[in-house]
Design a protein around this ligand. Structure first.
Ligand code: EPU
Length: 319
């Protein structure tokens, strides 16, 4: 369904931006324009916007840190809601200590703020680029840990089908415990059902420690990360690790590290990182993805599954 821009203008007024270049909102610095965009500055605002969009039956997608997505060169037809709800509250004296944060909070920054308060448990996340909401949906992880172990509960906004909602609201706020998410490796119930609900905020469990001890663990991870993962504009890990193997190792063994198509390159340092050398298009990335999948399948009989999500008008490039 197409967007009704005049209806959106009428409902959101000057908050509605049109024809917004999206590359700057992604970690790979890639992607065409959004037809329409709204920025949500608080979780309540996010809930109101999304409820209204559901009521108006206007298609949309929420973008947080833009780190696990690849936006098509042709851009996105749906309205983009940019999640900038970043409020964070620590309960450092609670037993166990906790942090509550809105879903647009930067997850790596949250981990470093916890370190500054001597709160342990998120050291593995200090270098993660996306938002807390993205981490909750995608079960972000590193160094053998993932978010599912920290999550106490998340505030969710569900869509209720219009026929069931009747005269009532099309949206309902809920608190989900960790079990509700049915977490797996880099996946959750919400990731498998895009559009069914959005994350407004989450509460994470931490442990008492000291700023020095927590920072020391972050520093250890940072050293490893700098040694093994490239700097520069990328989406983070391109593929999920196949069971019992590593996507980076397979792409490396296939001899593909350093391969370049247009402005996109498979990192010479790590095979599962695809770098935008400066002027890469989404199409360049797509061709590298296909090359890596085809070569690894041919050489090792393993199908690499994308960890990132392709969003926007990809069919235009497929032709
Ligand atoms: N390897 C190679 N060649 C390469 C890259 C890796 O042989 O080009 C080998 C390494 O030597 C190592 C193994 O593959 O034996 C695994 O590599 P690494 O330790 O770098 O971990 P990874 O499995 O590639 C995962 C996560 C990363 C996370 C790191 C660190 C996935 C898909 N990736 O990478 O998460 O930072 O562990 O814990 O699970 C992300 O998901 O976006 C991400 C960056």
């Amino acid at each position: 369904m197409n967007l009704d821009l005049s209806l959106l203008q009428q409902k959101f007024g000057s908050r509605l931006q049109t024809g917004v270049a999206l590359a700057r909102y992604t970690s790979a610095r890639i992607g065409g324009p959004a037809q329409a965009l709204l920025k949500a500055e608080t979780a309540n605002e996010l809930a109101h916007m999304v409820t209204l969009l559901w009521e108006l039956e206007q298609p949309f997608m929420v973008i947080g840190g833009g780190s696990n997505i690849l936006i098509a060169d042709a851009g996105i037809d749906e309205l983009v809601v940019l999640n900038r709800a970043r409020h964070v509250r620590f309960a450092g004296h609670a037993e166990p200590p906790m942090v509550w944060a809105e879903s647009g909070a930067n997850f790596g920054l949250l981990a470093r703020q916890a370190a500054g308060r001597g709160l342990s448990g998120l050291e593995w996340a200090a270098g993660i680029p996306g938002t807390l909401g993205g981490a909750v949906v995608g079960n972000a992880g590193a160094f053998g840990a993932d978010l599912s172990a920290n999550l106490v509960m998340a505030e969710i906004l569900h869509r209720i089908p219009t026929e069931k909602a009747g005269e009532l609201s099309v949206a309902q706020r809920d608190q989900w415990s960790q079990e509700n998410f049915e977490y797996g490796y880099r996946t959750s119930l919400l990731k498998q059902h895009p559009g069914a609900a959005i994350v407004l905020a989450a509460k994470l469990r931490l442990e008492h420690s000291t700023p020095q001890a927590v920072q020391a663990r972050i520093d250890e991870h940072t050293i490893v990360r700098h040694r093994t993962q490239p700097p520069g504009a990328s989406t983070g890990s391109m593929f999920k690790n196949p069971p019992g193997n590593h996507a980076g190792r397979l792409i490396d063994a296939a001899g593909l590290k350093g391969t370049q198509i247009g402005g996109a390159q498979i990192s010479p340092l790590h095979g599962n990182f695809f770098i935008n050398l400066g002027n890469a298009s989404a199409c360049d990335f797509q061709q590298l993805i296909r090359l890596a999948q085809a070569t690894v399948a041919e050489k090792f009989g393993i199908e690499l599954e994308l960890e990132i999500q392709l969003v926007g008008k990809w069919q235009v490039e497929k032709g």
